[in-house]
Design a protein around this ligand. Structure first.
Ligand SMILES: [Ca+2]
Ligand SMILES: [Ca+2]
Ligand SMILES: [Ca+2]
Ligand SMILES: [Ca+2]
Length: 539
């Protein structure tokens, strides 16, 4: 034991320096307490002076408490323990001789009321180990950071070269696209002309067919109306058709019939088809055949039809055709007829049959015929030109997309040495009791409940947000999902030196403003900051 004590004693002499000083005085303040020839002590704040014997006389004389560095007399006094073997500590003067060991060397307790064990060497050793541990971490981090920086620089070089290549390719691709577009336009002009011609011919054909059908219907109507078969339709043949009742009084007067006949008594077939039919075809209804009546068609379902079924007027006495027509146009009539024949079949089949019937009719009547061979050749040529143009267009677009993506990459700030580029396109997660938080560096931050449920955006990449002297210590992700009655969510990510890239904590310091702690070798400086070891010292 003895040699060790001696060692401590000698170290103490050396460390405390050559200036003798009163109890509780910090090394840095020692000069203030050097006795002078007048034997006067000047308070450190310079406000007062006292005889030197006032120092540590357990009575507070200086306003700044500097005359009592080694006693608890001044409420604002400060006691410094030298703590040889560890490092000096300043405690409030009130802790001097308070019965608690505050200094590791026990110098704050000299009254003898309590015996403090000197733990400075032990603490010093632990502190040294801690500093070494952190130092090692920092050095390892810096080594990794250098690697990251190298690959980051290499990556940027590659991207830059690729960007230059693409910018050169783009010119050629744009020229190619222009050429292909011109060829396409060139091929499409005759194609359009031929197709338009074909369409026009088809439109004319459709109009012709329609007119033909119309004329045929007109002739059929004429033959139906000409009940006495004298090749004229006259007023009396018209009045039996209730649909010609202009004033809806239930009777077709001769005047009404004549009005439909363009004010003549009778018309021949040609006149009927060309002049009368166009005006009446919308209202004309053929009289119902006898057998249809007996089949039960005689009771029309619609009420108004029943009303028009008034007894024959004197103008048409005893006419068998004076009964009201069924509410059917010719097409409906035939369909009804068919349905009656197929009464036993179920309704679905019936409907299907009718659909098929209609479809085939539409197809044969309304489908435009194929293009002629000459037009087909033009369309084929235009298709080829279009495909070539689309390919050239897509190629240019794809180049533009890649250029745009590379430019956004180049615009990102990866730190002074490109060291943060290693974190690009990487995502990290941290799970607490309720949520899993996710950080995709340079992209976005989010959270999702552990119990399931949808993800909430906490923000997208904004910018580096560290203080001016430590710009790369934090990142801001902003414009996340809006908080009800509050701001948009945002996250500040704090970067600290650590052995691996890892999201280590997530919290919400104020409503909707989140904070993540992220450790990474990239943030290692190679230096040990006092803060790193502070927590350990407190033990
Ligand atoms: Ca005093
Ligand atoms: Ca104490
Ligand atoms: Ca006639
Ligand atoms: Ca009438």
């Amino acid at each position: 034991m003895l040699p060790k004590l001696i060692l401590i004693c000698c170290l103490a002499v050396i460390t405390s320096g050559s200036i003798p000083r009163p109890r509780g005085v910090a090394d840095s303040n020692a000069s203030h307490y050097q006795p002078n020839s007048e034997n006067v002590f000047v308070c450190i704040d310079g406000s007062q002076s006292f005889p030197y014997t006032y120092v540590n006389d357990d009575y507070c004389d200086c306003a700044d408490g500097s005359d009592e560095p080694g006693t608890s007399a001044c409420p604002n006094g400060k006691f410094t323990c030298t703590n040889i073997g560890h490092r000096p500590l300043i405690v409030p003067a009130s802790r001097v001789n308070d019965g608690v060991c505050d200094c590791c060397d026990g110098t704050d307790e000299y009254s003898g009321n309590i015996a403090c064990v000197n733990t400075c060497n032990e603490l010093g050793k632990k502190h040294k180990e801690e500093v070494e541990r952190i130092m090692k971490l920092q050095e390892e981090g810096v080594r990794k950071k250098k690697e990251f920086a190298e690959s980051g620089k290499k990556m940027k070089e590659e991207k830059k070269a690729r960007l230059e290549q693409l910018q050169a390719d783009r010119e050629a691709a744009e020229t190619e696209r222009q050429e292909m577009e011109a060829k396409k336009d060139e091929a499409e002009a005759p194609e359009k002309e031929a197709k338009d011609r074909h369409q026009k011919a088809w439109d004319e054909e459709k109009a012709r067919r329609s007119a033909e059908k119309d004329a045929a219907a007109g002739m059929t109507a004429f033959n139906e109306l000409d009940s006495n078969n004298d090749n004229f339709v006259d007023v009396l043949e018209m009045v039996v058709h209730n649909e010609f009742d202009i004033d809806s009084n239930g009777v077709v007067s001769e005047e009404e019939a004549k009005e439909h006949l363009e004010e003549v008594e009778k018309v021949d077939q040609d006149t009927f088809v060309s002049k009368i039919w166009p005006n009446v075809k919308q209202i004309y209804k053929p009289l119902v055949p006898e057998e249809a009546q007996s089949d039960g068609e005689a009771s029309p379902p619609a009420e108004p039809q029943g009303e028009t079924a008034t007894p024959p007027t004197p103008e048409t006495p005893g006419s068998p055709d004076s009964l009201p027509p069924p509410p059917l146009d010719p097409e409906d009539y035939y369909e009804e007829d068919e349905e009656e024949e197929e009464e036993d079949e179920d309704e679905d089949d019936d409907l299907d049959d009718r659909d098929d019937f209609d479809d085939t009719q539409d197809d044969s009547d309304e489908k435009m015929p194929d293009y002629d061979d000459e037009t087909k050749v033009l369309i084929e040529a235009a298709d080829v030109a279009r495909n070539s143009f689309n390919a050239a267009d897509e190629k240019l677009k794809s180049i533009d997309r890649e250029i745009s993506s590379l430019q956004s990459y180049m615009n990102l700030d990866f730190g002074n040495e490109e060291e943060f580029s290693v974190l690009k396109d990487q995502c990290f997660e941290y799970t607490d009791r309720e949520y899993t938080y996710k950080l995709c560096v340079y992209e976005r931050a989010s959270q999702r409940p552990k119990s399931g449920g949808s993800e909430t955006s906490l923000g997208t990449w904004g910018r580096w947000s560290g203080p001016e002297n430590d710009r790369y210590s934090s990142q801001l992700y902003e414009r996340g999902q809006n908080c009800w009655n509050g701001p948009d969510r945002s996250v500040k990510v704090h970067f600290k030196c650590g052995p691996e890239n890892q999201l280590t904590n997530a919290y919400e310091p104020s409503r909707c403003e989140y904070a993540f702690d992220f450790i990474t070798p990239v943030s290692c400086s190679g230096k040990v900051s006092p803060l790193d070891t502070h927590a350990h010292d407190e033990l």
